[in-house]
Write a protein that binds this ligand. Structure first.
Ligand SMILES: [Fe+2]
Length: 255
């Protein structure tokens, strides 16, 4: 989430990769640049910090400069797969790793906050189609994120993909849930994986702005919190033959 999230990764990710023997790091990057979209320079920074691949959500297409990145199969960044036909960007990409190809797909839930009126294709039908089309490709792992507001959708997608994906996580809340598990068939699932950024904030935004807006019912601009404690949230999954065999939630509070 914005500059604080980038700084958290720059400060901690290299050590975490080493301490946890991590092969591949996938990060939700839709909020990377000031909370909205992906600038080239910020993308370069998080890649230098140790992020191998960026997933997408409702802000993925906010900045025009992101579109060429999303459309280039060689650039490890995607937008949600279930945006309507003609939307810039590819619906999924593979990340080549020393262990084999990792198929990574982002999906939008049916209801996502203020974007609830924007049309999206049915995420279940879209992921079925992608997995069917890609069934003959040898894969070390399949990773799916469902970006949405409803806990029910983020829970259901895990069960829906049990046995067909190595990891399914929900995101967009910026608040991690305590329900990480491995579902039958070897699919690790967490309803929401949380965020990296300012801990003493409303999902990354300054509390005073949100409180005044709520209390006074007057529109105002979001400003990201840049001080105070920081947080890093994630999930680490061990995958063997495409199946999750171990899953561990990571949550650090950085003072
Ligand atoms: Fe979002």
């Amino acid at each position: 989430m914005g500059e604080p999230g980038i700084k958290v990764l720059e400060r901690r990710l290299a050590d975490l990769r080493r301490e946890l023997s991590v092969d591949v790091v996938i990060a939700q990057l839709e909020n990377l640049s000031d909370g909205k979209g992906v600038r080239h320079a910020d993308f370069d920074r998080v890649r230098a910090a140790g992020v191998d691949f960026g997933t997408g959500g409702n802000w993925s297409l906010h900045l025009p400069e992101s579109a060429p990145l999303l459309s280039d199969p060689a650039v490890p960044l995607i937008r949600p797969a279930n945006y309507p036909e003609g939307t810039p960007g590819l619906p999924y990409k593979y990340l080549e790793t020393a262990q084999g190809n990792v198929l990574i797909v982002s999906l939008m839930g049916q209801i996502v906050g203020k974007d609830a009126d924007k049309p999206v294709d049915n995420p279940l039908r879209i992921i079925d189609r992608i997995l069917e089309e890609q069934s003959s490709v040898q894969k070390a792992a399949v990773v799916v994120n469902l970006h949405g507001d409803f806990s029910s959708e983020k829970l259901v997608i895990g069960h829906y993909l049990a046995g067909r994906a190595s990891l399914v996580v929900g995101d967009h809340w910026h608040v991690p849930t305590a329900d990480l598990q491995i579902l039958p068939g070897g699919t690790a699932h967490q309803t929401d994986v949380g965020m990296c950024g300012a801990l003493d904030s409303c999902l990354g935004v300054r509390f005073d702005i949100i409180e005044q807006r709520w209390r006074n019912q007057q529109p105002s601009r979001n400003e990201l919190e840049t001080s105070g404690r920081m947080q890093l949230n994630g999930v680490v999954v061990d995958v063997e033959d495409g199946q999750a065999v171990n899953a561990q939630a990571v949550r650090e509070i950085i003072v």
